[in-house]
Write a protein that binds this ligand. Structure first.
Ligand code: 5RP
Length: 232
């Protein structure tokens, strides 16, 4: 067994992305998340020369995918995706995720929720025993100060607004009970989206470990059996 004492994150991201590209089949509608691991997915997907249509959670992913010859449709005319593939910032042992390091979590969650299968790709540094702060959030500019007061410990991120005009911030309070926190954040007026993704949303996690891929199956695919070509 080779000694992977120093994690080659780039290589691990690539092996996870390659494994995810292999799950895609001809005819599928594919959701693309964002982040560097998703960027590694794009050439692997393009190389397969499949007949697929994609939607993208971020404008730069849409551009990169098109440059590689992938067909990307606007996501206002596609009502269902067969599979969505995306990265993550933290993957806890209980299956909860934190996403939004790249500030695209609101759109990424919409893409994930539209898909029968939601597959996460990551290097091994993203695997954690339990989630830790911060949790990215997207807030409406209207009433921003009042929303932040209700939210609790939060810092504004020095990044441009989301493509939908949202203000990106990081919630820095306790994340010990992700389900309770997700409920509280979801119920807060002025909060457009948060980066907590529940295990029920995720079908499969692919984590690069050295040259191998660790597979964590979470929920069963939500589609009808004939629409479940992805997972064994
Ligand atoms: C962007 C995300 C990304 O998927 C997450 O930040 C992981 O990024 P990377 O693959 O670059 O490590 O949620 O909003």
């Amino acid at each position: 067994m080779p000694d992977y004492g120093v994690v080659d994150r780039e290589r691990e991201k690539q092996v996870a992305a390659d494994a995810a590209a292999e799950l895609v089949r001809d005819g599928m509608a594919v959701g693309l998340g964002s982040g560097t691991t998703t960027e590694d997915l794009l050439p692997a997907l393009a190389r397969r020369r499949l007949s697929i249509r994609c939607v993208a959670a971020a404008p730069h992913i849409e551009r990169e995918a098109r440059q590689l010859g992938l067909i990307v449709d606007p996501f206002d005319s596609v009502d269902h995706l067969d599979i969505a593939i995306d990265g993550a910032d933290q993957i806890a042992d209980d299956g909860w995720l934190i996403k939004g390091g790249g500030a695209a979590h609101t759109r990424e969650k919409i893409v994930a929720a539209a898909a029968t299968e939601f597959v996460i790709i990551a290097d091994s540094t993203k695997s954690v025993p339990a989630l830790t702060p911060p949790v990215p959030v997207e807030l409406m500019r209207f009433g921003l100060a009042a929303t932040m007061r209700h939210l609790g410990p939060v810092t504004l991120r020095d990044v441009p607004p989301s493509p939908d005009g949202g203000v990106i911030a990081d919630y820095r309070g306790d994340v010990g009970d992700p389900a309770a926190l997700a409920d509280r954040l979801s119920a807060l007026p002025g909060l457009v989206g948060h980066g907590l993704f529940p295990p029920e949303m995720v079908t499969l996690v692919l984590i690069g470990r050295g040259e191998t891929v660790e597979r964590r199956n979470l929920r069963p695919a939500s589609g009808q059996p004939e629409n479940r070509p992805v997972l064994p």
